[in-house]
Design a protein around this ligand. Structure first.
Ligand code: 1OR
Length: 363
């Protein structure tokens, strides 16, 4: 796709990166390309589908110059979250985020069998980035996705490259490596079925922040940059922005990487309670973890004689509900709103997956 259309017509900007050295990185990945855009690896499916995508206006994909890519214009995008692009101007105005303003947009339609659609639906069913889509958005996303079958030890994304696709994992396993300041690549993360990656470069018009390699044969669903930005980005960046400063101040999460807090933000949902409303009932089965965004909560415990005792209360940044999730036991206390209370909740599965690194502290 890129070789056939984009590179002929556009001068794809090279994105130099302070602190990132592709050549040093490639010492560990002898087959790693130093170019920004990867040749699509994998099945003929992927090639042919990419070719048909070329009918979409290519200028939508990349700005004409680096100046445009890193424009000083004010932007409605959040500032870049991680310091992998330190020293560069990071605001972006290359593409519009508001779908309604983008009248010339041609929807991408890649024909699929019902069986392929079913597989996509299963792959995205528990992915927070696909929550809250309306029917049309949901259909447009599935229409635009491309199946990509890859072998073990293939590099799907190279740190420093330009972002072309966002990927959802149907099957297979992946390792994520980050090279900081020219040091050896460090293994920072894994993905498996249901996971997704490659959103950062698309959201922030930034170089790829990490290298992603298959550790088994795998099936991926790739979503092009324009469809990602049109449909999935707004909600995702709104949520990350909304929870960013709050999560930075939650003591229990301080040890996490900024990117780990972003993933938590994707999974959080805010709930409001009125004065005296019950949030957690002693004895119930626990399904959620709670962080107080604003307001206060009262904590009480009913003893064996049925007498309710007041315990120290909870305030902004405090958390509760972890015990029942960690120990699979009923809720140990009652928690009620004291005045109006706003909490951010995380479901049990997401709690286990995303708060793994702090479970010891919670325990
Ligand atoms: P991308 O478009 O930059 C690489 O391409 C992708 O790897 C990136 O989007 C994320 O989807 C994914 N830091 C940055 N990107 C990460 C990280 C990460 N983990 C996965 N990706 N971590 C911070 C390392 C200092 C790891 C946090 C657990």
């Amino acid at each position: 796709f890129f070789m056939a259309s984009t590179t002929d017509q556009l001068d794809i900007p090279e994105i130099p990166e302070e602190g990132f050295s592709p050549s040093e990185h490639s010492q560990c990945y002898s087959d790693m390309s130093d170019t920004e855009v990867q040749e699509p690896a994998g099945s003929p499916d992927f090639y042919s589908a990419k070719t048909s995508m070329a009918s979409t206006p290519t200028t939508d994909y990349f700005p004409d110059s680096e100046e445009e890519l890193y424009d000083d214009e004010p932007s409605d995008l959040p500032a870049i979250p991680i310091n992998y692009n330190r020293g560069r101007r990071t605001s972006v105005s290359a593409e519009s985020m508001a779908p309604s303003q983008d009248k010339d947009y041609v929807k991408i339609y890649i024909p699929k069998t019902p069986e392929q659609r079913k597989r996509i639906e299963t792959s995205i069913a528990n992915n927070f980035l696909f929550k809250n889509l309306d029917e049309e958005q949901y259909k447009d996303v599935i229409d635009a996705m491309v199946e990509k079958r890859v072998d073990k030890n293939e590099e799907i994304i190279s740190q420093g490259g330009i972002g072309d696709f966002f990927y959802v994992v149907e099957t297979g396993t992946f390792d994520v490596y980050v090279t900081k300041n020219g040091s050896a690549p460090e293994l920072v993360h894994h993905y498996e079925a249901g996971g997704s990656f490659g959103e950062l470069a698309l959201m922030y018009n930034a170089p790829r922040a990490a290298t992603v390699v298959t550790t088994s044969d795998a099936v991926l669903w790739a979503l092009d940059r324009v469809t990602f930005r049109r449909i999935l980005m707004e909600n995702t960046s709104r949520k990350r922005r909304m929870y960013e400063s709050f999560l930075e101040e939650v003591p229990i999460l301080i040890s996490l990487e900024p990117y780990e807090r972003h993933k938590i933000a994707d999974a959080l949902e805010s709930l409001y309670y009125e004065d005296n409303q019950l949030v957690i009932k002693q004895g119930d089965i626990g399904n959620s973890f709670y962080l107080i965004e604003s307001g206060e909560a009262r904590v009480t415990k009913v003893d064996e004689d049925g007498v309710e005792h007041e315990l120290p209360g909870l305030n902004k940044g405090d958390y509760f509900g972890e015990l029942a999730l960690l120990n699979n036991k009923p809720r140990a206390v009652n928690i009620r709103a004291k005045g109006r209370l706003k909490v951010a909740t995380l479901g049990k599965k997401a709690f286990v997956r995303l708060l793994g690194p702090v479970v010891d502290i919670l325990k």
